[in-house]
Design a protein around this ligand. Structure first.
Ligand code: PEP
Ligand code: MG
Length: 581
């Protein structure tokens, strides 16, 4: 049994089997084995080589059907290598002398063979090194359970253990079968973490090197509540975690009862609690959680799939579906394409950037690629006829950028009018406040838009200069940093001075620990993954505005995130029995 501590990214407890998902650039895992395990490691090796043999036979028969026997002759030598008694004997000897797993021993043995071949001074033998590597890679694929490269193809219930996942991998994986996610990399507000929460998959990130320890098929416990992962748990631990999983289910049932209640404080202040979504399929969950509308539809996820770019009609269909389902439920705020950074559209044009998070992303990309932007604007305007649709621009850093985006939006109005295509003439337009310069100048920006939504995920990253996906500096990524809290307060006050509402759609809005502070600051609307909505609602329904304002007054006098975090945790723990369960 081995216990790992990481960043808890999505709540819930899963007990299951590891699916080690490694891309080809990853190093082969290396771990110690006992002498009793040598024969089972040898069995794994034989099984894997058998499978490679079957693969090679299939390739050869395909080749002969297509008159390619000559070209595939090299596979004969691959076959011979698989059964070469010298090679197999060396593998077994090395397993005994190194006491390491078969994947690593195989690599070492092949390296030994290759260095001998290179010394032979024969061009023919030197060429054979390529074949050796090729066969080794095939065996590794089977040993590491890599036959199914795409997470979309997973057919059994598994816990995916991997180095890192691109948002596009997470978005397209088979969500019915992935029961847990465990990653070496990542932070709480990385897009993979956000998606895991949206899909309700218990997840622990930032584990650094768990891929070196886990093997496909190992038993694993993922406790997304505490950020704990246990590999090959003993019996007592399994019993304990089965109990905890039951308790968690009870807790979820209790929270489900809250879905039907309205979000209003003890003294009658109505607070809007809306949902964040990435895909249209999430709307059912939004409705069942009783959200006050959708406060953030991350439209870029329509693009982060293997087919890449999304046409005007495809986008129109997706937006219309969401907007019509939410017609009588608070409407939908759709954020325009926020690509770049870690969100790369497969097969779409990208540029090589030293600092992608500070680079060609979001509104900068759209204002530069107006053909793409135009398609989205038209689809959005057309879909506005199906309900209440609001448009929101991401990553606005100043007034010029905002004016350019607004002018462009105006142009599409003219275009559609000329074409006689109907659309809502009064679409409300807002911006995300997620760049410090926008927060500081929010008094100027507020005069030009209908609403603000604070994107704390990026706002914190840019204010504290901490990459939100980097596990090594995650300890500095703090929304209770006085600098961050001052910016948030400034934005709320500026919005209210200008008479516009202000929401928050970053992950801070969905953290129960922050909810009373944000309420006391005067935030009008909180937007979050549906799965965390009931926990926040339960808290907001149990406090009064005056006590929330008093808490904020205390907090704003404090000098460090640690002091604030300790004070707020103390306050919340005294007020609520157990806010995190
Ligand atoms: C944010 O930055 O807070 C936000 C909501 O946008 P995203 O997480 O998609 O960058
Ligand atoms: Mg953002």
């Amino acid at each position: 049994m081995k216990i790992f501590k990481g960043i808890s990214a999505s709540a819930g407890i899963t007990i299951g089997k590891v699916f080690l998902y490694l891309d080809d650039n990853l190093k082969v895992p290396k771990y110690r084995i006992s002498s009793e395990e040598i024969s089972s490691e040898m069995d794994r090796f034989r099984l894997a080589t058998k499978k490679v043999e079957e693969d090679l036979i299939k390739i050869q028969s395909h080749a002969s059907k297509h008159q390619l026997e000559e070209e595939s002759r090299f596979l004969d030598s691959h076959m011979l290598m698989l059964t070469d008694p010298e090679f197999i004997k060396q593998i077994e000897e090395n397993l005994r002398s190194f006491n390491r797993n078969i994947e690593w021993v195989l690599l070492m043995t092949v390296k030994q063979f290759i260095s001998t071949l290179k010394k032979a001074d024969s061009p023919y033998l030197v060429e054979r090194t390529v074949d050796l590597y090729d066969v080794t890679q095939r065996i590794h694929r089977h040993l590491l359970f890599r036959e199914k490269i795409s997470l979309a193809d997973i057919e059994h219930e598994v816990v995916v253990v991997t180095h890192n996942l691109m948002p596009s991998d997470t978005a397209t994986m088979n969500r019915k079968m992935v029961k847990g996610l465990v990653l070496n990399a990542g932070g709480k507000t990385s897009h993979t973490a956000i998606l895991a929460r949206a899909f309700g998959i218990p997840s622990v990130l930032g584990l650094t090197d768990i891929t070196d320890e886990a093997r496909s098929g190992d038993a694993i416990i993922v406790d997304g509540n505490s950020g704990t992962v246990i590999l090959n748990p003993d019996n007592d631990t399994l019993i304990e975690y089965n109990k905890r999983a039951q308790k968690w289910l009870q807790h979820e049932k209790h929270l489900n009862k809250i879905n039907k209640l309205s979000s209003v404080t003890l003294d009658g202040q109505r607070v809007l609690l809306s949902a964040n979504i990435e895909m249209p399929e999430e709307v059912e969950q939004v409705l069942s959680h009783g959200a006050d509308g959708i406060g953030l539809f991350r439209s870029e996820f329509l693009f982060l799939k293997p087919s890449g770019f999304s046409s005007e009609d495809d986008q129109y269909a997706a937006y219309s579906e969401v907007v019509s389902k939410m017609k009588d439920n608070g409407g939908v705020t759709i954020r325009t394409l926020d690509v770049g950074g870690d969100k790369i559209i497969p097969d779409f044009e990208t540029i090589d950037e030293k600092n992608p998070l500070l680079g060609w992303r979001a509104i900068r990309f759209c204002l530069n690629r107006k053909d793409t932007f135009k398609v989205q604007m038209r689809a959005l305007r057309r879909a506005s006829m199906n309900g209440v649709l609001r448009i929101m621009f991401p990553m606005i850093s100043g007034v010029e950028e905002l004016e350019d985006a607004l002018d462009f939006l105006e142009e599409t109005k003219e275009e559609l009018r000329n074409e006689g295509i109907p659309f809502d003439e009064n679409i409300r337009v807002g911006i995300m406040i997620e760049v410090p310069s926008a927060a500081i100048t929010s008094d100027i920006l507020a005069k030009k838009v209908d609403f603000f939504s604070i994107g704390t995920n990026d706002l914190i990253q840019y204010t504290v200069a901490v990459d939100r996906g980097n596990e090594n500096i995650a300890y500095l990524y703090k929304y209770f940093h006085p600098g961050v809290l001052r910016l948030i307060k400034t934005v709320i006050d500026h919005a209210h001075d200008a008479g516009i509402p202000v929401a928050m759609c970053g992950e801070m809005a969905g953290d129960p620990l922050a909810s009373v502070v944000l309420l006391g600051m005067g935030l009008d609307a909180f937007s979050m993954s549906s799965s965390v909505l009931p926990s926040v609602k339960e808290i907001l329904r149990s406090v009064r505005m005056d006590e929330a304002e008093k808490l904020v007054a205390e907090v704003m006098k404090m000098s460090s995130f640690q002091k604030i975090e300790d004070y707020v945790s103390g306050w919340m723990n005294e007020r609520f029995d157990d806010i995190s369960v």
